[in-house]
Every structure is written in structure tokens, then in C-alpha cells.
Design a protein around this ligand. Structure first.
Ligand code: G
Ligand code: G
Ligand code: NA
Length: 254
């Protein structure tokens, strides 16, 4: 497959880069962390978004390898930021097939061993609740091992999958990320508002942190705060940006 081999070449040539998007407490303004989002600096096509190349990697060993690169790069960056005095966490997106890979846990331990002084709670794994998971009990045990290691687990795009509620019952997670579609529609759709309120209620009942995705306007942020969701991420706060720009952004924001 030529697309796959192009990606392998790009990995060799160091053309992938992590962008970071801030998550803040919208009530206090405090910067809580950043989500790492992969980009491809393509030599002829320019900056490519993940949707243009991640699908090709689904269920491939190259995909697993790129996933490992993402975790390692995020850990390197996190270590630098912590040394510079930033009080934040960094989250990375983990694909279902990567999570289910037989070496996921041993790879992760190996990567973390290079950062012995890094507090594990500063790393969060964002797991898509909609990713195809063949063996739920295996994934649960993988995620529980991660939590025992101190790593935080976040359920991404929460509310869009079928099995969200039983996940909450059977798996202890740290954070629920409210899918951006509910935020987008909450001001105009009674149904979306009801789901949003329900998700906020579940988070409180299960004592999870909550982060709303897709906060695009002041009105979104005010309404979310009123509903009891103080933490958010979205274009109204900041777009994803390169690591250097993120550091400057935090300094200007504070
Ligand atoms: O950055 P952007 O909004 O284009 O990202 C689109 C989606 O791509 C994100 O919602 C996320 O699910 C996925 N994504 C971004 N970066 C990564 C990554 O490093 N690894 C994985 N597995 N998915 C990512
Ligand atoms: O689902 P996930 O948290 O991985 O979403 C990250 C994706 O969402 C990235 O592709 C990012 O560029 C995009 N994104 C971030 N903030 C906003 C926003 O306010 N509105 C929209 N439409 N997309 C956003
Ligand atoms: Na995510």
C-alpha cells in the first residue's frame, strides 16, 4: 500500500508533529492541560490533519508504531514543560486497535521508564468510546492497569457511543469529555441539552472530571458553566498550536 509506505517514509523523515490545544477551567481561567493532536508536515501538501492519514493506519503495525511515537513525543514535551514550571497535564489520543495490541502495556511501561521523575498523573490517555473494541474485558483490564500505574483515563466523545453507560459502571475513569456535537447544539436543541445535562449528572454521580469539547463561543462557555461543567476546550479558548506557541500562549493567558 503506497499510502502506508509514504507514512513510513514520513516517520523516518520526522515529518510528524504534535500540536497542543489548551483545556482550561472556564470559571477560574486556570490552564489545566493540553491535548496532543497529530499533524503531518507534508513536503508538498502542507500541514495535513489526522483525518487525512489516520484511517489508512487503522489496524496496522505502522499505526501502532506511530501511536508509540505520539506517546513518546508527548512525554518528552510534558517533561520539558514541567521542568519549565508549567503546572499542567498532557493528554494523548489512543486508537482502539493500539490499545488492544498485545504489547500496548509493555510498550507504555518501556516508554515511561525513560521518564522516571515524571509524575504519571500528568499523562492522560483519551480513549474514544466509539472505537471498535473486540474484547471489552481485555480493554478494561488494560485501562485498569494504566490507572494503577497512575495514568489518567479519559473517555473521549462521550455520549456518542452505544455503551457509554455500562463503561462507566464497569470501568473507573478519571474524565469524561463531552462530545462537541452536544455543545454545538445545546443552545438550539432541547434533546441535545437534555443529553448534555444527563452526561454532566453522570460525571457527578461517578465522580469523574468533565471537559466539554468544541467551546466555540462565549455563550457556550457561559451556558456550560451554568450547567455545572466548568472545564472546556475549543476554538473560543484557543486552536491547537505547535508546542512553542503553546508555552507562549500559557504565559500570555496567565
Ligand atoms: O486535530 P484534529 O481536530 O484534526 O483531530 C481530529 C481527530 O483526530 C481527533 O478528534 C482525534 O480523535 C484524532 N487524533 C488527533 N491526533 C491523534 C493522535 O495522535 N492519535 C490518534 N489515535 N488520534 C488522533
Ligand atoms: O475529539 P477530540 O477531543 O480529539 O477533538 C479534537 C479535534 O477537535 C481536533 O481536530 C481539533 O482541531 C478540533 N477542535 C478543537 N476545538 C474545536 C472547536 O471549538 N470546534 C470544532 N468544530 N472543532 C474543534
Ligand atoms: Na481526543
Amino acid at each position: 500500500n503506497s499510502e502506508l509506505s509514504a507514512i513510513r517514509v514520513a516517520m523516518e523523515a520526522d515529518q510528524f508533529e504534535l500540536y497542543y490545544q489548551p483545556k482550561i477551567n472556564m470559571l477560574t481561567g486556570r490552564v489545566l492541560g493540553a491535548e496532543a493532536l497529530i499533524r503531518w508536515n507534508h513536503p508538498t501538501e502542507g500541514l495535513k490533519a489526522p483525518a487525512t492519514f489516520l484511517p489508512v493506519l487503522n489496524n496496522t503495525s505502522t499505526g501502532v508504531e506511530l501511536g508509540r511515537w505520539v506517546v513518546n513525543s508527548a512525554l518528552c514535551q510534558l517533561q520539558v514543560w514541567l521542568q519549565q514550571g508549567l503546572d499542567i497535564h498532557v493528554s494523548v489520543n489512543i486508537d482502539g486497535y493500539h490499545l488492544q495490541h498485545s504489547r500496548f502495556l509493555s510498550d507504555l511501561s518501556e516508554l515511561l521508564a525513560d521518564f522516571p521523575n515524571l509524575p504519571k498523573q500528568r499523562l492522560e490517555l483519551e480513549v474514544l468510546e466509539t472505537s471498535t473494541i473486540e474484547d471489552v474485558s481485555h480493554v478494561y483490564s488494560v485501562l485498569n492497569v494504566c490507572r494503577m500505574m497512575g495514568i489518567r483515563i479519559s473517555l473521549d466523545d462521550f455520549g456518542t457511543g452505544y455503551s457509554s453507560l455500562s463503561h462507566l459502571r464497569d470501568l473507573s475513569v478519571d474524565t469524561l469529555k463531552i462530545d462537541r456535537s452536544f455543545v454545538k447544539n445545546m443552545l438550539t436543541s432541547v434533546g441535545d441539552l437534555a443529553i448534555l445535562k444527563g452526561v454532566i449528572g453522570f460525571a457527578h454521580a461517578f465522580e469523574c472530571d468533565l471537559v466539554a469539547e468544541g467551546v466555540e463561543t462565549l455563550q457556550h462557555s457561559q451556558q456550560l458553566i451554568d450547567l455545572g461543567c466548568e472545564c472546556g476546550q475549543g476554538y473560543f479558548i484557543a486552536r491547537p498550536m505547535p508546542a512553542n506557541a503553546f508555552k507562549r500562549w500559557v504565559e500570555e493567558w496567565n
